[in-house]
Design a protein around this ligand. Structure first.
Ligand SMILES: [Zn+2]
Length: 388
């Protein structure tokens, strides 16, 4: 049921407006997709960001480019502020990213096109359509006279590679805001209220090389030691707690007749509970080799804290569900093992609702696409959530 406060929100007008603007929304998404922006090509990410900056200025946004200082190889971030600065209410942060996982030239084999009710192409779903939805939502608010509080749109350029440059900007802006809406794709049709935290580690084992036939006893087999460590860290997985430890890549040795002096592995860790982060970090730090002649070097840590399903997030979800009802559709919630920049803002205690971008399939996959039919209703919902 819609609350009385919600009934002041012109949901019907927003939906009609979003439908009218859909062709432009799609055109802007295509423009962003045509400007390929892999996280590891800074000039490409910055060029896409510049397109978004033009769009933001066109809507009357107060634009600021945050030059990436954490590493020159990472893309800049765009901050654009809309609406009046008021002391009555804190701003809302609309959070997205413009980098993608797709290398330059992907458009040749995965062209950006509309067919079969879908908008196809690299970075459509994750998340250039979501970014275009945010622009359209802001435009709708301005046109209906509903832009009464300040909205901060932040688009980062390195989310897909861990947000090393974006994180401090995301966190400092989020602290000034009452809520964070993340423009990542929906999970199926659902908004996301919880995400796992993510950690990564590297394990290096140094053993002693020796001839496997002549001097076997003089060798200390780094691969065997690594195998023990792999078995041990894998045993920390606790599915009931939402804790997984997965060794994803490993290597070592030189020739089969040489006792290997080197071996290594890379480990992906996911945590559902914040407390598990410290626990796992301690366990990695305490790892010791069983063969005293082997030496372990362990590096890594938790990079993204989990986004736990907080009361503030549930409050936002209920508000969104009421508004979705007025717009004529049901809205579910979901949790995911994947991370986003929403993990950082939720960990700061700022109510964060994620998955508010496009609906579709195939993020990071060849069939990446957005379902066109959901663009207008979801954009209207996003706009309705920004009123007030
Ligand atoms: Zn994304």
């Amino acid at each position: 049921m819609a609350s009385p406060a919600n009934s002041k929100i012109p949901t019907r007008a927003l939906l009609a407006g979003a439908r009218r603007k859909q062709p432009r929304l799609i055109a802007f998404t295509r423009q962003l997709v045509s400007s390929e922006s892999p996280s590891d090509v800074k000039s490409a990410v910055d060029a896409c960001l510049a397109l978004a900056a033009i769009g933001a200025r066109g809507l009357g946004g107060r634009v600021k480019i945050h030059r990436s200082v954490a590493a020159d190889s990472l893309g800049n971030a765009l901050e654009a502020r809309f609406g009046p600065r008021t002391s009555a209410s804190k701003p809302i942060l609309l959070l997205g990213h413009l980098d993608t996982v797709w290398p330059l030239g992907t458009l040749q084999s995965m062209p950006c096109k509309v067919s079969g009710g879908r908008l196809w192409g690299p970075g459509t779903l994750d998340m250039k359509a979501g970014v275009a939805m945010a622009f359209t939502a802001i435009e709708l608010l301005a046109e209906t006279g509903s832009l009464k509080r300040e909205i901060i749109l932040l688009l980062t350029g390195d989310e897909e590679v861990g947000s090393h440059a974006g994180r401090p900007i995301v966190e400092s802006l989020a602290k000034k805001c009452s809520a964070v809406y993340v423009l990542e794709p929906a999970q199926g049709l659902a908004y996301k209220t919880a995400r796992k935290g993510i950690g990564s580690w590297r394990i290096d084992v140094a053993g002693i090389a020796a001839h496997a036939g002549v001097d076997f006893e003089k060798g200390a087999n780094a691969i065997r030691e690594l195998a023990r460590v792999v078995e041990k860290v894998s045993s920390w997985t606790d599915l009931k707690r939402g804790l997984t430890v997965s060794v994803g890549v490993a290597g070592g040795g030189t020739k089969s007749n040489v006792v290997p002096a080197q071996a290594w592995a890379e480990v992906d860790v996911r945590i559902a509970r914040r407390a598990d982060g410290l626990r796992i970090e301690r366990k990695f730090a305490a790892l010791q080799s069983q063969d005293p002649r082997c030496r372990l070097t362990i590096t890594g840590g938790i990079n993204r804290p989990p986004m736990e399903r907080s009361r503030g997030t549930v409050r936002l979800l209920r508000q969104a569900q009421a508004l979705a009802g007025e717009l004529g559709f049901d809205l579910d919630e979901a949790s995911t093992g994947g991370g986003s920049d929403g993990n950082f803002t939720a960990a700061l205690g700022i109510p964060t609702l994620d998955g508010m971008g496009a609906v579709g399939e195939g993020a990071h996959a060849r069939h990446e696409s957005v379902l066109v039919e959901h663009l207008a209703p979801r954009t209207a919902l996003l706009a309705a959530m920004l009123v007030g």
